[in-house]
Design a binder for this molecule. Structure first.
Ligand SMILES: Cc1ncc(C[n+]2csc(CCO)c2C)c(N)n1
Length: 228
């Protein structure tokens, strides 16, 4: 298992599905953001869909507040809702406005099936299961973009037009929110499953949720590349 700044639970989950994890974090869409070859139409198609995605992820993190068992869990989930609706979505609004797409149009965009599948899968994981089911389904989005942002900040072409996107996820404030999310998830897992969570009867199910959400991330990039 390779250690991660985002905690031991994430490191275990990532090690449990190495091929999907690699396909997600090294997708052709991601390489295109880094080297600047991603067509602008693909990027905008992705970004409009991602705005809708974030609306639903804010709902899912809000469900985390509902399902939390400690004030720390509640605090981190509420902080993530704030980061989503007041910070991350600002990138989408600004970038789309510059391309002539206003926020009303964004909010009314028709969802692609890949978007529907992913966002509703995560919400259902939380509704059907407990806090850990929800966190296992939410983890790939947080830590995958964290890893991608850090890697592209070091390796991207200096003239890529996607510098703002990369900076959003490489940003130290964003990275430290993700570190707090990882610490909270570690504590949540220890609290419910004890010190050796991978031995728990629940572990394969949680690992499965993480792997499914990771595969849905791959499909989301594929959808972006396919274009409108
Ligand atoms: C398809 C898709 N996957 C992941 C993210 C990144 N992301 C979404 S919610 C969240 C947590 C707090 O900001 C993070 C990191 C994205 N934007 N779009």
């Amino acid at each position: 298992m390779t250690a991660s700044p985002y905690g031991a639970t994430f490191a275990l989950w990532r090690t449990g599905c190495p091929d999907p994890w690699n396909a997600y974090t090294h997708h052709a869409f991601v390489q295109g953001l880094g080297d600047g070859t991603l067509p602008q139409a693909s990027f905008l198609h992705y970004l409009v869909q991602d705005y809708i995605f974030l609306v639903h992820f804010a709902r899912a993190w809000s469900l985390g507040v509902v399902k939390a068992e400690t004030l720390d869990e509640m605090r981190v989930c509420a902080g993530t809702v704030d980061a989503l609706v007041n910070h991350e979505m600002a990138l989408h609004v600004k970038t789309c406005a510059a391309a002539g797409i206003d926020e009303v149009t964004l909010f009314a965009a028709t969802e692609e099936f890949e978007n529907l599948a992913y966002t509703r899968y995560v919400m259902d994981a939380g509704l059907q299961g407990d806090f850990l089911d929800l966190m296992a389904a939410l983890a790939p989005c947080c830590f995958g973009y964290g890893e991608i942002g850090q890697r592209l900040a070091k390796s991207a072409a200096p003239d890529t037009p996607y510098g703002d996107w990369i900076e959003t996820y490489a940003d130290t404030a964003y990275q430290s929110v993700m570190v707090s999310v990882g610490q909270m998830m570690d504590a949540a897992v220890t609290r419910r499953l004890g010190p050796d969570p991978a031995e728990s009867a629940r572990w394969p199910h949680l690992q499965g949720r993480f792997a499914t959400a990771t595969r849905l991330e791959i499909a989301f990039w594929d959808m972006g590349l396919r274009g409108a």
